[in-house]
Design a protein. Structure first.
Length: 167
């Protein structure tokens, strides 16, 4: 989440009005909450503490979430100035693919599909014999995906977009 507030006196040289893009606006405890669809796979959540301010600044607390907030500010600036939005760095391509597969596997299981049927769809596995299925790597992959998907459903999703360890 990005927090926006009125420009402080020390930064009074910033006189260009901040025009936020169209989006869903709700009244929140700390001001106006903007939910902006930044196109495709991007969404920005902004808390505007002073709803009457024309010129705004972003406030970034210097805590462990500071890097993620700076990335969010960068994405907001890119959208405001018509630039290409950078990818969200919190999830790698591999982690996004794994999360997608976990959802597919979990949805299939909830719908009543067998692990073998799930493997045929998710991994585009051709029909194999019962004996081949017992030792197929896709069988073990489906089992691992189901195990991890259950953890996600049970609250593990909360850490999905959490802090990344910087090296």
């Amino acid at each position: 989440m990005v927090v926006l507030q009125k420009v402080p006196e020390v930064l009074s040289g910033a006189v260009e009005p901040t025009i936020l893009p169209e989006g869903t606006v709700k009244y929140a405890h700390g001001g106006l909450l903007h939910l902006l669809d930044a196109g495709g796979k991007h969404r920005l959540q902004i808390l505007q503490s002073d709803s009457d301010a024309d010129v705004l600044v972003a406030i970034v607390p210097l805590d462990q979430d500071g890097f993620a907030r700076l990335d969010a500010v960068f994405r907001l600036l890119a959208q405001l100035h018509g630039r290409v939005l950078p990818d969200d760095k919190r999830l790698t391509r591999q982690k996004r693919l794994r999360a997608k597969r976990m959802l597919q596997v979990y949805d299939g299981r909830v719908a009543g599909a067998s692990q073998r049927e799930i493997a045929e769809v998710v991994f585009r596995l051709s029909r194999v014999s019962r004996d081949e299925w017992q030792s197929a790597p896709e069988r073990f992959a489906v089992m691992a995906l189901l195990r991890d998907a259950r953890k996600m459903v049970d609250g593990g999703y909360l850490g999905l977009l959490g802090r990344r360890v910087l090296k």
